[in-house]
Write a new protein. Structure first.
Length: 235
């Protein structure tokens, strides 16, 4: 996958392209970037702020880094929201915006799950910008943990040696030391294989139509995932 550098961080050109396509064509002037800090320091938020006429923006994450906090000072229209975007209280704090960014986050959501997350935010927005690792291993969406240990690790981009995945299947029902729930529901691990059909059906149920869909290539070396970018707009 080709990537480019913005703000000294490696970010994905297809996500940048989706923003640059959607904002002028759909008249987007406000947005919320959900879970947009990890690894990219809010790069997609700041790209939208720097390149488009944004009047109101929110960047939501559990961990707001010093880099993000410092850079946000140059953007008075940006609200930094420290919290779990899966919380109804956080969704209420985000409030009404033209669009939400859901980049690389839907496949991690369990309680609430990815469909409930979409429902929580869809009622307050006109557009959904989604970049997700989409499941191609079967016709239906799967909970990856239900595949069993061998197939699970064949279908996630992490080995058993990575801290979050170490002895994972031995502690699925144990309380996570930092997350309020068991390891099996921890959003820090891969949770779902979401099919295009199920994603598009769920969004259609919420009153949105597919405006744009882009095939962005294979997800690393994973046999049953493809990266795809979607833009949905309220009908």
């Amino acid at each position: 996958m080709f990537q480019l550098s913005l703000s000294r961080k490696i970010i994905n050109k297809d996500k940048v392209g989706m923003i640059d396509k959607a904002f002028p064509s759909l008249g987007i002037e406000s947005f919320a970037d959900l879970g947009g800090v990890w690894r990219v320091e809010g790069a997609y938020t700041f790209h939208a702020l720097d390149k488009h006429g944004v009047k109101n923006a929110a960047l939501v994450d559990l961990h707001l880094t010093p880099t993000v906090v410092d850079r946000a000072k140059s953007h008075p229209q940006l609200r930094l929201i420290n919290g779990n975007f899966g919380s109804q209280a956080i969704a209420d704090e985000v409030g009404e915006v033209d669009a939400v960014f859901l980049f690389d986050v839907l496949l991690h959501q369990v309680g609430p799950d990815w469909g409930t997350i979409l429902k929580m935010y869809a009622k307050n927005v006109r557009h959904l910008l989604i970049y997700n690792q989409q499941w191609t291993g079967s016709d239906k969406t799967v909970r990856l943990l239900d595949l069993g240990e061998k197939e699970y690790f064949r279908n996630v981009p992490h080995s058993r040696r990575v801290e979050e995945y170490k002895n994972l299947f031995e502690k699925l029902d144990q309380k996570h030391p930092e997350f309020d729930g068991p390891w099996r529901d921890f959003p820090g691990i891969w949770q779902w294989g979401i099919t295009d059909a199920d994603l598009e059906s769920k969004v259609a149920e919420l009153g949105f139509k597919l405006v744009s869909k882009k095939e962005c290539g294979k997800t690393g070396m994973l046999p049953n995932f493809r990266d795809r970018a979607f833009i949905f707009s309220r009908q």
